[in-house]
Design a protein around this ligand. Structure first.
Ligand SMILES: C[S@@+](CC[C@H](N)C(=O)[O-])C[C@H]1O[C@@H](n2cnc3c(N)ncnc32)[C@H](O)[C@@H]1O
Length: 351
């Protein structure tokens, strides 16, 4: 139980490892990380189980950027003839759980493990029922994660629902709305799922609210705002989807999103313009400090090498601007499942 297993986007293992090392060091906990490019996993080894537990308790999962999901537990080397016994033995050493999540890495190697997990699911579930290591009615208990890295190497670990992603592997299952004009629509929906508690959607994404969508065409993000019955100013020199314009809820402004100024303050500013992250963070700082929006979702594109450093720089810039203007805001950032070479930042002004 002295190890953490982190899931991340394949290709972002260095960022996820740098992030956990930095966060652990800030808590005074020393860790060793192991990762391989493209594996979509980072292994984190602590000195002992107490340190691993302290690390997971000290960090707020929702504030992590490149880490999609995590669990605390240990790796098992198993015999393909009997994988169940060592898993059950590991469960006997850990806490009781509310459910079983069978997982793989989000990589091609991981996908190849799907058949093995499928085979394991029935017998493992039956053993967990018999041993009562999983108690489905006890929602306060952690979830049991069993991840197959290969046929002979498994991770058995636990995560707590109030401090972990709500989905196996940290991947939300969102359905592409048929009427939305672009696949990017899922990015804004996922951002809301991640940054806004479900019981606050009705007040923070409420009908009649106003929004500005910078870099809106063809309208995937605007569609989400319109779907929540908001009035949207869509700023883009490119063409907007005709059906979306026919809704009567969208005003299309053909202008440069960086120069656009709202006539009056709006509830939401969202921005999906492909630009240097420093320019996007300056734009976010401007909208917040001038009081032009109450909440914002903006993408920082990351085509450069030092991606974690760049994100930290951007967030620092926004924090400094807020401090200088005497404005308070909550700022969070995350690489969503639907984000590729980018992260999504959410800001909310505080009164
Ligand atoms: C990735 S697309 C946006 C996709 C959109 N979010 C959706 O869901 O359909 C980026 C858009 O930004 C627009 N764009 C690029 N630079 C811009 C600028 N300076 N001001 C406004 N729009 C810009 C492009 O025309 C393009 O339509």
């Amino acid at each position: 139980m002295n190890e953490l297993l982190l899931h991340c986007r394949p290709g972002f293992e260095i960022e996820a490892a740098a992030e956990i090392e930095g966060r652990a060091s800030a808590c005074g906990i020393s860790v060793q990380t192991r990762q391989r490019k493209g594996a979509a996993l980072v292994e984190v080894c602590c000195a002992d189980a107490a340190d691993a537990e302290l690390l997971m308790r000290s960090l707020e999962f929702r504030r992590l950027i490149f880490i999609r999901q995590w669990a605390r537990g240990s790796w098992l080397q198993v015999d393909p003839a009997d994988r169940i016994t060592p898993i059950i033995q590991a469960c006997a050493r850990g806490p009781l759980a509310s459910c079983l999540w069978l997982e793989t890495a989000d990589s091609n190697e991981g996908k190849a493990m799907a058949a093995l997990l499928h085979k394991l699911e029935g017998p493992l579930t039956r053993h967990l029922e018999k041993t009562r290591f999983v108690r489905p009615k006890r929602e306060e208990l952690p979830r049991l994660h069993v991840l197959a890295e290969s046929g002979v190497r498994l991770f058995v670990g636990w995560s707590w629902a109030d401090n972990a992603a709500a989905w196996p592997m940290g991947i939300p299952r969102l359905r592409m709305p048929r009427e939305a004009p672009s696949r990017s629509t899922l990015k804004l929906e996922e951002a809301w799922h991640h940054f806004i508690p479900r019981d606050e959607w009705d007040s923070r994404l409420a009908p009649g609210m106003t929004a500005v969508d910078l870099g809106a065409a063809p309208g995937g993000w605007t569609w989400q705002l319109v779907n929540r019955h908001m009035k949207v100013v869509a700023v883009d020199n490119g063409p907007m989807d005709k059906r979306l314009m026919d809704s009567g809820q969208v005003e299309h402004v053909q202008a440069d999103g960086y120069l656009y100024r709202p006539r009056r303050a709006v509830d939401w500013m969202v921005c999906d313009i492909v630009e240097k992250p420093a320019r996007s963070s300056a734009l976010l700082a401007q909208w917040l400090t001038r009081g032009w929006c109450r909440e914002a979702v903006i993408n920082f594109k990351l085509p450069m090498k030092q991606r974690y450093l760049e994100v930290q720089r951007c967030l620092e810039h926004v924090h400094e601007a807020l401090e200088q203007s005497g404005m308070r805001a909550e700022l969070n950032c995350r690489q969503l499942y639907t984000d590729r070479e980018e992260v999504t930042c959410h800001a909310r002004r505080l009164k």
